[in-house]
Design a protein around this ligand. Sequence first.
Ligand code: MV4
Length: 451
Amino acid sequence: MRTVAIFSQPDRESLHVRQADEAFCVGPGPAARSYLNVPNIISTALITGCDAIHPGYGFLAENARFAEICADHGLTFIGPQPAVIAMMGDKATAKRIMREAGVPTTPGTDVLGSVEEAYAAAAAIGYPVLLKATAGGGGKGMRVVEDARDLARAYASATAEAEASFKDGRVYLEKLIRGPRHLEVQVLGDDDGNIVHLGERDCSVQKPAHLKLIEESPAVHLPARTRNKLHEMAVQACRHVGYTNAGTLEFLAVGDDVYFMEMNTRIQVEHPVTEMVYGIDLVKEQIRIAAGEPLGYAQSDLASRGHAIECRINAEDTRNHFAPAAGAVSKVVFPGGPGIRVDTHLYAGATIPPYYDSMLAKVVAFGDTREIAIARMERALRETLIEGVRTTIDLCLEILAAPAFREGRYDIEFLPNLLTEIGAPVSLNGTPPLGELGAARPPRAKPVGPP
Ligand code: MV4
C-alpha cells in the first residue's frame, strides 16, 4: 500500500514524514491546531488520490464529524460508523446503551438536570460519589465528592470545566469505586456483523492525569470466570451497537466485579501488547475491515499466547511533575533481541519539539511467561540510550522492580503511591504548578505561513 503522510511545520523532520511515500504539510503548527485542519487534510487526500484515511490515535480518531466529512468526499474513514463514534463519545449515552445490552455499569445516574437532582441521587447512591462530564472521558471534568458538603462546589466546578473544555457542561454521577484496576478489552468487528475480542489489557499503571505508563496482556490474577465474563460482555456490547472496526471497552475491576466505564472507538497507543499475544496486526485488520473485507476467522480461531508488556518512553522529567522535555537528541540506541518490539518516531539528531505529545517510543517485550517478559523488558530498557532529554526509562525500571508490580498486585493507586514513596513531586492535575517551571514551559508556536 502506498502511503501519504501529513505533518505540521514543527514535525517536518519527524520519521513518519521520511518513511511515507509522499508527505504534505497541512499547517504551521500547534497554535493553528494544524492537526485538526480538516479542509487541508481532506484536500491532501483528494489531490494525492487516497482511498482511505487512517485517523491515528487522537484528535480526529473519535471525531464523528470528521468521519462523516471523509465519507462525503468519497474517502473511507478507517474506523467505526460516525453514528457509533458519536454515541460512544457521549459517556452517559454509552453507559445507558451498555446497560440495555446487559453489561454491568458503575452504579450511577444519567445526565443531571440540577444540583438538587445531584443531592438526591448522591444520597441514594451513597457517598463517596464521582461527578463526570458526559462529553469528557479520560477523566476530564471529573470530581470526587466525599460527602454532601462538597457536592454543590464540585457540581459547579465540574459543570464549568466541562463547559469550558467541551462546550457541553452536562455531568452525571457515579458511585466512587476505590482501588480498582483498569482493564480494557480489544474488539474487532466487520461489516458482516462478525465480532471478536482479542483479550484484555491491564492499564492500571497510570500517573496522575490518567496517563498510562505501562500496560500488559493478559491481566494477572484475574479469575478465569471474571476474564470470560469480561470478554463476553465486550462482544455482547459490540453486537448491540453493530460495532465495526477496532475498538476498546474500558472497565473498572474490583474483586470479582467488573463495571463498564467507557468505550474508545479508535485503535489505542497500547494495542501492541495485544498484537504480541494474539499474533495479529490490528492496524492491518482495521484497513481490511474498512475495505469491506470480512474478518475471515471466528473467536475459536483466536488464542492468546504468552505475555506482553509495554513501557512508554516519554520525554519527561519524572522528578519534576512530569514536565515535558524538549530539545535535541544527540544519541539514540534502541534495544532488540528476542521478543522485543520498538515503535518510535525518534532517531539520532532529531529535535523534539515542545508541542504535542511527549511520547518518544513504545518498548514492548514478549515472553512465554510474565517473568520472561519482565526480564526481557528490564534488559531492553537498560540497553536503551536516549541522550539529550530526560525520559521515563528509569521510572519504568523502578516500577518493574517494585514488589507489587512483580507480584501483579497493583491497581490504579499503585503508581501515585510509588511516586510518593520515591519522593517524586506530582501535582494533582499532572502538570507543574505555575511559577516553579515557568521557564520550561513550551514557547508559543511561531506561525510560518500557509502550507
Ligand atoms: C472511576 C473511578 C472510580 N469510580 N469511576 C478515570 C478516567 C476515566 N476513564 C474514568 N476514571 C475513573 N472512573 C468510578 N465510578 C476511577 C477512575 C480513575 C481511574 C480509572 C482508570 C485508571 C486510572 C484512574 C485514575 C484515577 C481515577
